[in-house]
Design a binder for this molecule. Structure first.
Ligand SMILES: NC(=O)c1ccc[n+]([C@@H]2O[C@H](COP(=O)([O-])OP(=O)(O)OC[C@H]3O[C@@H](n4cnc5c(N)ncnc54)[C@H](O)[C@@H]3O)[C@@H](O)[C@H]2O)c1
Length: 373
């Protein structure tokens, strides 16, 4: 199976990191969850910096147990080493480490329904192990928490600020994910205050883009896969639940700005607050963009998907803007058009001929970089 990244996305990230990228010169960076959606973008961007920009290349160690992803071939990438390993087990790394991007996790609701104990373990024991490593190596750690730690916020707390404490069930069908990310954050806070470990927390709000696996089961790969194979999309519940969507290039820039400039110990929302859109509205936006009718079935939550989902989710990103200069730039329609153009080439839908893309073919899609599996 081929996975493609859009080279223009990688160069766009590089261009937006201009004032920051020499910080990675000569550094050694550990990425957990390195073969997941975000992890693969990080390895691509560090490889791009090595090949094009850094005076002294950085070294990247990518760790993943492949529970929800598959091992890419890194031959084409510069300075990347892969270790297949479960981060809930102890991990010995020789030599220095400057940064740890702790992105290992079970992020898709379908998978955390399937693997609840592994979901708890990676966010709790895995985070503790990575914090021990950060403390031992004097490295700065970035913990990938989630917007799900806010649960189902009261409307008066939407857009949601980092100070909001959450409205969440410890026993609900999503608790293994939400509660373990909350404990992961608590661990970060304890290591920071007790041992002075340098740590930041990011709370991503629905990051999407090229590179998401077709069988990831998050909303956009789900919609794209069904549309591309000529099937009606399925909207769970009422379709009135809202989300905001942050294109991958904006999110990666935000994460790296926080890694380098975040005030140690602090959590930051990373997302794009505009537009807050419900699932029916999202389907209609895709319909307009593709200029083809998209059939929708509003269905009950299937057993494989955890119900009790938040009715609204939208970040307040003022803190990240003021403290690290984070400012998302890619509008939803632009991001969706890049994602669908990529998915059209990469998703292995059996009835792809049903998908008549009418995305503006004159706009450059960019040269593609491929990682063969
Ligand atoms: N993408 C988003 O919108 C989003 C939103 C909120 C939170 N997050 C968090 O950001 C992180 C990265 O997200 P993503 O979208 O790349 O998810 P992903 O599922 O694509 O990647 C996560 C990776 O972690 C690996 N993993 C899981 N358990 C592991 C373990 N015990 N040891 C080693 N590797 C393990 C998986 O195999 C997978 O490759 C996750 O922790 C996720 O919870 C992401």
């Amino acid at each position: 199976m081929k996975k493609f990244f859009i080279e223009t996305d990688i160069t766009e990230i590089g261009a937006n990191l201009k004032d920051l990228y020499q910080e990675f010169s000569g550094k050694r960076i550990l990425i957990t969850g390195g073969t997941g959606f975000l992890g693969r973008y990080f390895t691509q961007i560090f490889s791009f910096l090595n090949q094009n920009i850094l005076k002294q290349p950085c070294q990247v160690i990518s760790v993943d147990n492949l529970i929800t992803s598959i091992e890419p071939k890194y031959e084409e990438l510069s300075g990347i080493q892969f270790i297949q390993k479960d981060v809930t087990q102890s991990l010995q790394i020789e030599g220095k480490i400057d940064y740890i991007l702790h992105a290992a996790g079970i992020a898709s609701p379908y998978y955390y329904r399937k693997y609840p104990l592994q979901t708890l373990d990676v966010a709790i024991q895995g985070t503790r192990n990575m914090l021990d490593l950060a403390a031992q190596k004097m490295a700065k750690l970035l913990f990938f928490s989630s917007s799900e730690i806010y649960g189902d916020p009261d409307s008066k707390h939407v857009p949601t600020q980092e100070s909001y404490r959450g409205n969440i069930s410890c026993l609900g069908p999503r608790a293994c994910y939400d509660e373990s990310k909350r404990v992961g954050e608590t661990l970060c806070q304890v290591y920071h205050t007790q041992f002075g470990t340098k740590v930041n927390i990011v709370r991503p709000f629905n990051v999407y883009g090229p590179g998401m696996q077709e069988k990831d089961y998050r909303v956009l790969p789900n919609f794209a896969s069904r549309i591309l194979s000529g099937k009606p999309i399925q909207i769970y519940g009422t379709g009135g639940q809202t989300r905001t969507f942050c294109y991958i290039t904006d999110a990666i820039v935000g994460f790296l700005k926080i890694l380098v400039r975040g005030i140690p110990g602090e959590p930051y929302n990373i997302g794009n607050p505009e537009p807050e859109i419900d699932m029916i509205g999202l389907a209609q936006t895709i319909e307009k963009l593709l200029k083809q009718s998209v059939k929708m079935d509003i269905v009950e939550y299937p057993d494989s998907y955890p119900a009790d989902e938040p009715m609204r989710r939208c970040p307040d990103i003022t803190k990240a803007f003021l403290q690290v200069g984070y400012e998302p730039k890619i509008e939803l329609t632009e991001g969706l058009s890049r994602f669908f153009a990529w998915a059209r080439l990469n998703y292995t839908s059996e009835k792809r001929e049903h998908f008549q893309t009418r995305i503006d073919r004159n706009r450059p899609l960019g040269k593609e970089i491929h990682l063969d599996h």
